[in-house]
Design a protein around this ligand. Structure first.
Ligand SMILES: Cc1cc2nc3c(=O)[nH]c(=O)nc-3n(C[C@H](O)[C@H](O)[C@H](O)COP(=O)(O)O)c2cc1C
Length: 194
């Protein structure tokens, strides 16, 4: 079977962010799976103008643009900021629109508290739905993230390996299924290839 291209976006540019550890660890888990090709995108690499948003800016970010066009699915790693997601993550996602349609998105929540970003994940669901993305239902939650990784980003709790497996299995299944659908089932949103 074809390899799936599943980029990951790390959704905060905060100076002392902890979310970088789970994002990098997840990318490492993905790189160990032969059916996945991935690439980590970092909110720090997106320099936005102060006065604009949306698709009109996508050519300012050609790597992200081309990755989303080619992507079979997407994973978002977001910290929880007052039960919401960082503004920069929204600005990044807003760069594209029709390119997301009928592709799956898997959501990773990261928090300092005990709930592992469950509330930011709930907040992201209606937003990604409006982009045309289909949300998987196996999330990955990192509560107490500051205690879950050491300062070098080493995972301290092996239980996350099994959780990541379930998270990725679901993303892979959804990606394969929706890829087949995009290529074989007519829709006004994308041409049927072949
Ligand atoms: C503006 C702001 C708001 C936050 N709100 C929450 C929150 O609602 N719930 C929570 O568990 N942690 C909250 N935190 C803590 C973050 O979840 C924590 O910093 C965690 O490490 C993930 O964010 P980070 O990647 O920026 O470090 C907040 C942090 C910031 C900077």
């Amino acid at each position: 079977m074809d390899k799936l291209f599943l980029p990951v976006i790390l959704g905060t540019n905060r100076a002392h962010r902890n979310s970088e550890h789970p994002a990098r660890w997840l990318v490492g888990e993905m790189q160990m799976r032969p059916e996945i090709e991935t690439k980590l995108f970092d909110a720090r690499d997106f320099a936005f103008p102060q006065d604009d948003y949306g698709q009109g800016l996508k050519n300012n970010f050609p790597e992200w643009r081309d990755a989303i066009i080619r992507a079979d699915g997407l994973a978002i790693v977001s910290p929880e900021y007052n039960h919401g997601y960082p503004g920069i993550l929204k600005a990044i996602l807003d760069l594209m629109l029709k390119e997301y349609i009928h592709k799956p998105v898997a959501l990773v929540g990261v928090s300092a508290g005990p709930w592992g970003g469950t509330r930011v994940i709930e907040a992201m669901v209606p937003m990604v739905r409006e982009l045309g993305l289909a949300v998987t239902f196996t999330d990955l939650n990192f509560p107490y993230v500051q205690k879950t990784f050491d300062a070098n980003g080493k995972l301290l709790d092996a239980a996350f390996e099994e959780r990541a497996k379930g998270f990725l299995d679901e993303l892979v299944w959804m990606s394969r299924t929706l890829k087949w659908g995009r290529e074989n089932v007519p829709s006004k949103h994308h041409p049927v290839i072949g």
